[in-house]
Design a protein around this ligand. Sequence first.
Ligand SMILES: Nc1ncnc2c1ncn2[C@@H]1O[C@H](COP(=O)(O)OP(=O)(O)OP(=O)(O)O)[C@@H](O)[C@H]1O
Length: 267
Amino acid sequence: MSDRSQAIIGRNLNLVYERPGAEPVAALQDVSFTIEDGQFISLIGPSGCGKTTLLKIFGDLLAPTSGELTIGGSAPSLLRQRRVIGQMFQDATLLPWKTIGDNIALLGDIAGKKPTREEVASLAEMVGIGRFIDSYPHELSGGMRQRAALARAYALKPRILLMDEPFGALDEITREQMNDELVRIWSGSRLTVIFVTHSIAEAAYLSDRVFVMAPRPGRVVADVRIDIPRERRAAERFGAELTRCAEEIHHHLVTNMRKPDDGHDAD
Ligand SMILES: Nc1ncnc2c1ncn2[C@@H]1O[C@H](COP(=O)(O)OP(=O)(O)OP(=O)(O)O)[C@@H](O)[C@H]1O
């Protein structure tokens, strides 16, 4: 398998959660896609539509009940062993007793890709927190902690980055700044990114493609292509083209929100 070719193919992915004494939950039903190497994909949809479940399948934290996911022709478990999948969550989950520099180095250390002091410094610079390398997490704002989490994920030198609402807890302006930072950093590396968000504007601004998902059963109802040149500037966020894409995403979300006879209560 070439390290350069990491197309992700999902074929008829189904995932059913079984719980004793409870109705099985069809968290994902017949989800199929091909994601080209280096694409930025967002998953958007209402609560309970299976976004996190799908992300966990990408990260080999869950196996589908049926169907198959391959990354560059291999099962995700192999990729996980090779440590080419990085992850970032809504909470930065930094270790409070370690400095920012040591936190950035942490996963690389564990994965046997121990970054040098210079590499850590350069990662911290890359995400704009070079001055805080010897600070502790409590000394940083939420946005800066997420920058450290991004640097920590990059220290693994991943080919695929899984991001579960990484900026969901930030205020709107900080979130926009983080979006711009992510675009800048991602443009220099072109990893494949799978990004879960509840924000239509964020999904449109960041992505090559937006998978719109709907619940009960969880499924992908639209694959919206954002065919706008990658050199997107912050000022274009509210421009006509991105607004049109946002409207298309919104349309798919609203029309697939709920079927009248779905027989389930809201979450
Ligand atoms: N461990 C579990 N056991 C049983 N049901 C689960 C489990 N995890 C998730 N579910 C159910 O599966 C469905 C999909 O959940 P999932 O967390 O993937 O959705 P989501 O789109 O990420 O939601 P949110 O936006 O709220 O995070 C939901 O109905 C949820 O209640």
